[in-house]
Design a protein around this ligand. Structure first.
Ligand SMILES: Cc1cc2nc3c(=O)[nH]c(=O)nc-3n(C[C@H](O)[C@H](O)[C@H](O)COP(=O)(O)OP(=O)(O)OC[C@H]3O[C@@H](n4cnc5c(N)ncnc54)[C@H](O)[C@@H]3O)c2cc1C
Length: 396
């Protein structure tokens, strides 16, 4: 009889998930090298100042803002997984706000322009945005309407004599709002038409009547800029309509799926990053004559965290696979976003605990991870809204 080799558990398996191939692995390495060399050294400084605009230019130059975008618009023509790799590797910048500002460009504003825009709009905005020469922001949320997107009040009224639209309203919490050259703006063009009364516009931020009112101060994500914006009689031509008049609600719901999936990937990567740093700490920090990681109570915390992170990662990758293969898996995207954001906050919180008093100190950067990750349960749709979407998907 054949004698089987003795099988030993391999806890250090390095094989990447089946969605990634060698090209993805190489891309991952080159992004990581760039992030660690050119971005990470500025992490502390950018917490105070927000990250500078040259990051867009540099990343555009390296092709990182258009990894999954068509070659004809200056992109690299890669699959969806390439943008996932970028979102994951940006955590090595130690700067959550930077990852968010970049994701607004790559996964929230360029995609709707490429999907719904005219050829002129793609040339005018998507091409320079992919090259990093223009910065974009997305305006959905208003002071009186966030979760309830249908409750927005920003109006765009068609003015027949001039053949223009006149926009009035305000938007808040807008990432990149201070630095952006243009905004993808959600408006109501027909308040009586329900979901068929919304229209998206591409509005240059230097248009007369666009006011960058306030730089908002936040709990975390300090490296990103967050704006309160006002629109006072802003006039734009018909050519500024993005997609179809009256279909803006559906267009923005499509956009939100990509935003949520990339947000989920960012949550998993953020959780893994804080886990890794804490694991190293737990192996070095001693109490009662041994490394704290060797106390069963602490060891089990790592076991719990690792299991949650791996579960969330598998959800994100399996959903990304569906997305890449032409499905529109709204339920799964919503579940992945909900679960990944929740576990990321739990993990960061537990990592503060494992660090003890040092976890509460700025010096260790763990409290910053917690503050940055805390946003993920609110932004791009809160936990409660995710639960609504999932619950309703069962016909309830
Ligand atoms: C740092 C940051 C950056 C952001 N960037 C952008 C951006 O670039 N562009 C943009 O447009 N927006 C942006 N947002 C806005 C973000 O998407 C909203 O904050 C989010 O959608 C929640 O909306 P809200 O803050 O108005 O909360 P609200 O809608 O007022 O909700 C308050 C609470 O009520 C709960 N709630 C609301 N409705 C229900 C319901 N039906 N059932 C149960 N509970 C409910 C919510 O879950 C939440 O807990 C950003 C926010 C932050 C904080």
């Amino acid at each position: 009889m054949a004698t089987a080799d003795v099988l030993k558990p391999d806890f250090a398996t390095r094989r990447s998930h089946f969605i990634f191939n060698d090209d993805h692995d190489q891309l991952r390495e080159s992004i990581r090298r760039f992030v660690i060399k050119e971005l990470q050294p500025h992490a502390e400084e950018w917490e105070e100042s927000t990250f500078p605009d040259w990051v867009f230019e540099r990343m555009g130059e390296l092709g990182f803002l258009g990894l999954d975008k068509p070659v004809q618009y200056g992109g690299q023509g890669g699959d969806y997984y390439t943008t996932l790799v970028l979102a994951e590797e940006l955590v090595h910048a130690h700067c959550g706000g930077l990852g968010m500002g970049i994701a607004v460009q790559t996964d929230m504003t360029i995609p709707p322009i490429l999907k719904f825009g005219t050829e002129e709009q793609k040339q005018e905005w998507a091409v320079p945005a992919i090259a990093g020469r223009r910065i974009l922001c997305l305006g959905i949320t208003e002071p009186d309407a966030g979760s309830d997107v249908a409750g927005i009040k920003t109006r765009a009224v068609y003015d027949e004599p001039t053949d223009e639209y006149v926009i009035n309203g305000s938007k808040t919490f807008i990432t990149n709002g201070h630095r952006a050259h243009a905004i993808v703006l959600v408006t109501k063009t027909d308040p009586d038409a329900g979901y068929d009364g919304f229209t998206l516009f591409l509005v240059p931020m230097d248009s007369p009547g666009v006011i960058r009112e306030k730089r908002l101060q936040k709990l975390g994500m300090h490296a990103s800029d967050t704006a309160l914006l006002a629109f006072q009689d802003v006039r734009v031509p018909q050519s500024a309509v993005l997609g179809q008049v009256g279909k803006g609600f559906y267009h923005i719901m499509w956009e939100l799926q990509g935003e949520r999936l990339i947000g989920a990937a960012g949550s998993v990567a953020g959780a893994q990053h804080v886990f890794d740093r804490t694991l190293a700490y737990a192996k070095e920090r001693t109490a009662f004559g041994r490394a704290i990681g060797h106390f069963q109570a602490i060891r089990h915390k790592f076991a719990e965290m690792a299991t949650k992170i791996e579960t969330a990662r598998q959800m994100v990758y399996a959903t990304a696979w569906r997305f890449q293969n032409g499905e529109y898996p709204v339920r799964e995207i919503t579940m992945a976003k909900l679960y990944a954001a929740r576990i990321a906050v739990e993990v960061a919180d537990e990592c503060i605990q494992i660090h003890g008093g040092n976890g509460y100190m700025k010096e260790y950067g763990i409290e910053r991870s917690w503050r940055d990750l805390r946003l993920n349960r609110i932004g791009a749709g809160s936990d409660e809204i995710m639960l609504e979407v999932i619950g309703r998907s069962y016909g309830l």
